[in-house]
Design a protein around this ligand. Structure first.
Ligand code: ADP
Length: 373
């Protein structure tokens, strides 16, 4: 039995096929520069042999407050994902288009939605509530949701497995540092806070996204500089963060190279990026009164010893100290890089595997599908 996983991003479509044992990946690939998601899904099916695919798992970014776990997609779920597009206009429409297109290619097998927000449904009200008028919080559902949940959950499960612990016994701070970046506080296996909020714009500085900015500054740009909200949405999502600050690129490798050649804006971008990660780590150590481990994942988190060192330097009073040799080691495998008060690990996020595992779990626990198998 095979599981197909589709991960539709804003301009790419990743696909992976797993044997029903999700640890066994059979094939996969990425369609880049996608302008038509339906066409991209069609080209995945041109490349694949669909025989034996028993289910399709879809990454869906926003599940709002109603989806607290993965679900089999039916018309009502599709409709809910559509309604939630208002909260995630850059992500949910593409996710939904991929779901609909894949269902036309494989109409007889179950399709499962695995939400990026679901892992964060355990965040308590005092952490997800903004200081806004009550009706905005209740009627308009303006609250923190958190994203990257599949990645944070994946590395936390891997850490527990690698260290012989049960997930519900560990307290972790997980840093997903890729193009998008977020930090998560995981207490006894459950997300209790994360840096992204109502949208994936809040929190850390990212490749092209601003992260935390005083809302007063945004209002100033609208009212005094007459920048239109649509334009600001684009600026905050696509022209800010590392790219806006450095003026070089959104790619950390380019920024590190520019800083190495004396570019001061690139140096500032790196310093500001690392400083904000440090602040969130400090905040989450306070939120949990300590932690067992600090985990790094994502393109930057997995591959840049320099950025990890910058984030962790002079944190020994918080129990964080990198081993300078282990930190320099390269590779695709999970590895420890520090072992003072807190263990520090690099763990590649295996999001697609977790989506496959959830998809399998979802269909096996569904009576209707189980009886057909
Ligand atoms: P996404 O969030 O789109 O999945 P990735 O997790 O692949 O992105 O992360 C992309 C980021 O990782 C880019 O900023 C890239 O520069 C950075 N990155 C990849 N390899 C390295 C490296 N060796 N050193 C520093 N940054 C790196």
């Amino acid at each position: 039995m095979k599981i197909l996983v589709l991960n539709a991003g804003s301009s790419s479509l990743k696909f992976d096929v797993f044997e029903s044992d999700p640890e066994h990946r059979l094939t996969g690939g990425t369609i880049e520069r996608v302008t038509d998601m339906t066409g991209a899904v069609a080209s995945v099916f041109d490349q694949l042999d669909p025989t034996g695919i028993a289910a399709v798992g879809h990454r869906v970014v926003h599940g709002g407050d109603q989806f607290t776990e993965s679900v089999i997609i039916d018309p009502a779920v599709e409709n809910a994902i559509d309604v939630l597009s208002a909260l995630a206009p850059l992500h949910n429409p593409n996710n939904l288009e991929a779901c609909r297109a894949a269902r036309t290619h494989l109409p007889l097998v179950p399709h499962v939605a695995v939400f990026d927000t679901a892992f964060h449904h355990t965040i308590p009200p005092h952490a997800y509530t903004y200081g806004l008028p009550w009706e905005y919080l209740t009627k308009k559902k303006i609250r923190r949701y958190g994203f990257h949940g599949i990645s944070h959950r994946s590395v936390s499960l891997q850490f527990a497995e690698l260290t012989g612990n049960r997930p519900e016994d560990v307290r972790l701070i997980t840093c997903h540092l890729g193009n998008g970046c977020s930090v998560c506080a995981i207490d006894k296996g459950k997300s209790i806070d994360t840096s992204m909020g109502f949208t994936p714009l809040e929190g850390l500085m990212m490749g092209t996204r601003s992260g935390d900015v005083d809302p007063g500054a945004i209002l100033h740009l609208i009212t005094h500089e007459r920048i239109k909200p649509d334009n600001l949405l684009r600026i905050l999502n696509n022209k800010s963060g590392l790219k806006g600050l450095s003026g070089v690129s959104n790619d950390m490798r380019d920024i590190l190279a520019a800083a190495g050649s004396g570019n001061e804006r690139a140096t500032l971008a790196i310093d500001a990026f690392a400083y904000r990660v440090r602040k969130y780590i400090g905040a989450y150590l306070a939120a949990m009164n300590g932690a067992d481990a600090l985990l790094f994942t994502g393109g930057i988190g997995e591959n840049s010893p320099f950025i990890r060192q910058k984030i962790c330097q002079n944190l020994h009073h918080l129990g964080i100290e990198l081993d300078s040799i282990a930190n320099l080691a390269e590779g695709q495998e999970a590895r420890w890089i520090g072992n003072a008060g807190l263990a520090v690990w690099v763990i590649p996020a295996k999001e697609e595997r977790l989506i496959a595992r959830d998809t399998l779990h979802c269909i096996l626990s569904d009576q209707t599908f189980r009886s057909q198998m």
